[in-house]
Write a protein that binds this ligand. Structure first.
Ligand code: ZN
Length: 362
């Protein structure tokens, strides 16, 4: 009798839940990630929030700010044409009006240079550089003898967190954010043999140590940490290689980081099902497509399927989908408003993914 009663109750609960399912229950995170707009294009971007994101039920906007904000705590690190407090206030208001959770991003640990240019943190504080002997080339090319993709800061430098956490706190305050995205993707320079502080340490421990340090700092103010997932995937065993997974032994950090770190699991060409791996490790995960609409739709369907077939414990970790954009906000909006012949664009993927998201919810 008992199992039968339980089954009947379960069916009743399930059918009730299904008939009243709000969109948040079907796919809690419906995200969009893009570089913060240039101050001259704030109004255009707000129009896109109102008329592009909100009608598609996007409820999470990750804005990559990096040094493009007029930091008051560290004006020496701010880009000259960075967003002002007033600009950010407009963005915050637009997101509030549309019930969109706004999450600012500053790339921490890796991505401290791009092509031949050192970014502001290491330009102003070169002592934080993990590999100061690697000089920036006049003409950047990949591959190169130094294995230079992007510079990293040294996570064991005694002064780095004071500066970096000032930026994190200020950007979270001004964005009124309850979560912060620290990037942390594609970290190739870590635990370098020639770094007097890091040499000899386990790279997975170094990576996890930095994730947990940022996580703990944010937790003091009840804020959540979001990161990209690539450093936590074994690139060799999976065949995913050095970009979307790790070939430098950081992947074991997946078992060392706090379970409340949110993983943005990006795969742009194939619909790799690594969300299952993260969910099984106890981590919340969203799958992130970019510019391949076919792949993006499969990734969306997979996320629904994972949630539908999961145990109650696993289900909530399959959080949703985050469409990523790697051009400037201005370029994207142009592409979105005036689609050309090219089929594989971020705008086309965004349209296809959210068409799927919304049709699945009817
Ligand atoms: Zn170091």
């Amino acid at each position: 009798m008992k199992p039968l009663i339980l089954t009947i109750i379960a069916c009743l609960v399930f059918s009730t839940a299904k008939s009243q399912t709000p969109v948040d229950e079907l796919l809690p995170v419906r995200g969009f990630c893009i570089a913060a707009p240039n101050p001259d294009h704030i109004d255009e971007f707000i129009d896109f929030i109102d008329n592009g994101l909100a009608p598609r039920n996007v409820n999470t906007l990750i804005l990559r700010v990096d040094y493009g904000y007029k930091f008051e705590s560290h004006p020496e690190l701010a880009e000259e044409d960075g967003l002002t407090r007033a600009d950010v206030r407009k963005l915050v208001k637009a997101c509030e009006n549309n019930s969109i959770r706004l999450i600012p991003q500053i790339n921490l640990l890796g991505h401290q240079s791009w092509a031949g240019k050192v970014n502001n943190l290491l330009r102003v504080y070169p002592e934080f550089d993990e590999t100061p002997w690697v000089k920036m080339p006049e003409k950047y090319e990949w591959p190169n003898d130094d294995g230079l993709y992007c510079k990293s800061y040294c996570p064991l430098h005694p002064g780095v967190h004071k500066v970096v956490f000032d930026l994190v706190d200020e950007i979270c305050d001004v964005f009124k954010a309850d979560a912060f995205h620290a990037g942390m993707d594609e970290v190739f320079y870590i635990g370098d043999d020639s770094c007097s502080r890091c040499s000899g340490y386990d790279k997975a421990e170094l990576f996890a140590g930095e994730v947990n340090a940022i996580r703990n700092h944010l937790a003091n103010k009840d804020r959540e940490l979001w990161i990209w997932g690539d450093r936590l995937i074994d690139g060799k065993t999976t065949g995913m290689g050095m970009w979307e997974a790790s070939m430098n032994n950081t992947y074991r950090a997946v078992d060392m980081i706090s379970k409340d770190v949110f993983i943005c699991d990006w795969h742009y060409e194939r619909p790799d099902q690594t969300a299952v791996y993260f969910a099984m490790k106890g981590l919340q995960v969203a799958t992130c497509p970019w510019r391949n609409p076919e792949t993006g739709v499969i990734q969306t369907d997979d996320m629904y399927k994972f949630r539908k077939n999961a145990t109650r414990e696993m289900k909530e970790r399959y959080s949703g989908i985050v469409q990523t954009v790697w051009s400037s906000a201005e370029q994207f909006i142009k592409e979105y408003n005036e689609p050309g012949e090219e089929k594989n664009t971020a705008a086309a993927c965004f349209n296809a993914v959210f068409e799927r998201v919304n049709s699945s919810q009817q």
